[in-house]
Design a protein around this ligand. Structure first.
Ligand SMILES: NC(=O)c1ccc[n+]([C@@H]2O[C@H](COP(=O)([O-])OP(=O)(O)OC[C@H]3O[C@@H](n4cnc5c(N)ncnc54)[C@H](OP(=O)(O)O)[C@@H]3O)[C@@H](O)[C@H]2O)c1
Length: 306
């Protein structure tokens, strides 16, 4: 129960802040459908895996290691395919793309859920700041590498965040993707989440199938292991206040499950959702020119991994 009454009502979709992933998928028969979910080992990804399989779907469950993927799949009763994918490692991403393509899985949805947040000190790989690399570039590679596997009505759902509004003052620091010139942990996270949003927005204009869609979501604020890099005192405080004013994991996984599966969302594309309802992103989050520049720059980065 949230103490904030404004957070309690349902929006035009009939769902709202308090709706759970089970509630937004109630009555849906997803048997015969296949979804790929990244970051299944814990948090919102694990709940998404649980609920999609509960509704009859097969879930290709990605975790950083095959052991973690198998472990989480063993915890659900439904149909799962555990695979390893380390999103900061292009080799690992290419391997999982090959595995999925060679087995010719047809994907009704890709939920790009994995993420890291607010690393206190600058961390880099391939001369890129690690949140930009993991949250954005890794998912860019994975999703674009699997576009041919999407069904005619396949849906791509990118986990963005309200934190996309809290980025650097110029939105995306194209001249500082390594983070060397300046590094502010929350701004770097916000930048990566803005990238997730703009990726969905631009992808929606490039999908080959007219029924295919790409959208971004903010799941709410939920005390998951995403806070692992935060100050321990803040982490404890978040857990203490969590039952009073944050979403629980079941509620946090709702928006991505809704956008990935609900019939009411069919054909909606290039949008941003919060609490299972359409919402308005920041000024940068609506900037199609910025989205094009980001796409071109990311293609360039990815081409250098080859
Ligand atoms: N929780 C919130 O309040 C909140 C708010 C807004 C947006 N979001 C977004 O929601 C998504 C899910 O967050 P969550 O709260 O469920 O976080 P979480 O509990 O920390 O789960 C994140 C998942 O991502 C995986 N992951 C991290 N780094 C990875 C990498 N390099 N390669 C592959 N997988 C990796 C983690 O695997 P390991 O466990 O093996 O590290 C874990 O499975 C994130 O994209 C986050 O930005 C969350």
């Amino acid at each position: 129960m949230s103490l904030f009454p404004l957070n309690q009502g349902a929006g035009p979709s009939g769902f709202g802040y308090r709706s759970t992933a089970e509630a937004v998928t109630l009555g849906l028969d997803l048997s015969g459908k296949t979804y790929l979910v990244t970051g299944c080992s814990t948090g919102l990804g694990r709940e998404t895996l649980r609920v999609l399989t509960l509704r009859g779907a097969c879930v290709i469950a990605l975790a950083r290691t095959i052991e973690n993927a198998r472990k989480v799949c063993a915890q659900v009763a439904g149909d799962t395919v555990p695979l390893a994918c380390e999103l900061s490692d292009p080799g690992s991403i290419n391997r999982v793309i090959d595995q999925i393509r060679s087995r010719d899985y047809r994907l009704d949805g890709i939920i790009a859920n994995a993420g890291i947040m607010a690393l206190p000190k600058l961390q880099q790989k391939f001369d890129l700041e690690l949140q930009f690399l993991t949250n954005h570039v890794g998912h860019f590679m994975l999703v674009t590498g699997l576009i041919d596997q999407l069904t005619d009505h396949g849906r791509v759902v990118m986990l963005s965040s309200v934190a996309h509004k809290r980025t650097y003052h110029d939105g995306i620091q194209f001249n500082n993707l390594s983070g060397k010139k300046m590094y502010v942990p929350w701004h770097a996270y916000g930048q990566s989440k803005l990238c997730n949003l703009l990726f969905a927005r631009h992808l929606s204009t490039r999908l080959p199938g007219s029924g295919q869609t790409a959208n971004a979501v903010h799941p709410g604020v939920i005390a998951t292991r995403l806070t692992r890099h935060m100050n321990p005192l803040l982490r404890v405080s978040a857990r203490v206040v969590s039952p009073l004013c944050l979403k629980n994991v079941a509620q946090g996984a709702a928006t991505q499950c809704y956008v990935a599966t609900h019939p009411a969302v069919a054909g909606m594309t290039g949008r941003y959702f919060v609490d299972s309802n359409e919402a308005i992103p920041s000024r940068f989050g609506q900037d199609d020119a910025l989205a094009s520049i980001l796409w071109a720059r990311t293609e360039d980065i990815v081409s250098q991994f080859d």
